[in-house]
Design a binder for this molecule. Structure first.
Ligand code: CTP
Ligand code: MG
Length: 166
């Protein structure tokens, strides 16, 4: 899950500039995605996730670290891109519910990346998903994700990278 966990904090670090929705509104008069989803954040985040995944592949191959997950070029790209697509999908629904940018939406804010990554994996590489995300692994992911999310966001808030500690 590392390539899926990296994109969000990196997007928060380097995001800004042109919003993905180009400032456009939906038919309900609210923003399509909002100013919190930018092209720069998306690009940096996905590239960082891919870079870390590539490092995992290199480490596993070079040093024979078999305890590392069986990543492939496809799995790394899918996890990284899927994480931020899930984040965007969540923001789209958030705006439809009338929630402002940065407003907390518990559960969705924590699991959006997991859902996005798994849905994209189910579409493009279902065999990787079935082989690697076994029931115990899924349970660990479901427990670890909100804890990591909270810890990283508090750190980001303390350093002034994030406006809210969630
Ligand atoms: N970010 C970005 N581009 C993305 C995702 C995130 O630029 N594709 C940056 C934005 O600066 C954003 C910050 O990362 O404010 C934190 O991300 P997140 O918490 O997902 O966004 P919010 O501002 O909370 O917006 P939303 O309510 O839509 O989730
Ligand atoms: Mg947020």
């Amino acid at each position: 899950m590392v390539p899926a966990y990296v994109p969000n904090p990196v997007a928060a670090l380097c995001g800004g500039g042109t919003p993905i929705d180009f400032d456009r509104n939906h038919s309900d008069g609210r923003r399509l995605l909002g100013d919190g989803k930018t092209y720069r954040g998306l690009a940096c985040g996905v590239l960082a996730g891919i870079a870390v995944g590539a490092l995992q592949i290199w480490l596993a191959g070079t040093w024979g670290w078999t305890f590392l997950p069986q990543h492939t070029a496809a799995s790394v790209v899918i996890l990284s891109l899927g994480a931020l697509l899930g984040d965007m999908g969540k923001s789209f629904v958030k705006r439809r519910l009338g929630k402002k940018r940065g407003e907390a939406w518990p559960i969705a804010d924590q699991y959006d990346l997991v859902i996005g990554a798994f849905v994209l994996m189910l579409i493009f590489d279902p065999s990787w998903l079935l082989a690697n995300i076994t029931l115990p692994v899924l349970v660990i992911i479901l427990i670890l994700t909100p804890i990591l999310h909270r810890v990283v966001n508090i750190i980001g808030y303390l350093y002034g990278v994030k406006k809210e500690p969630w």
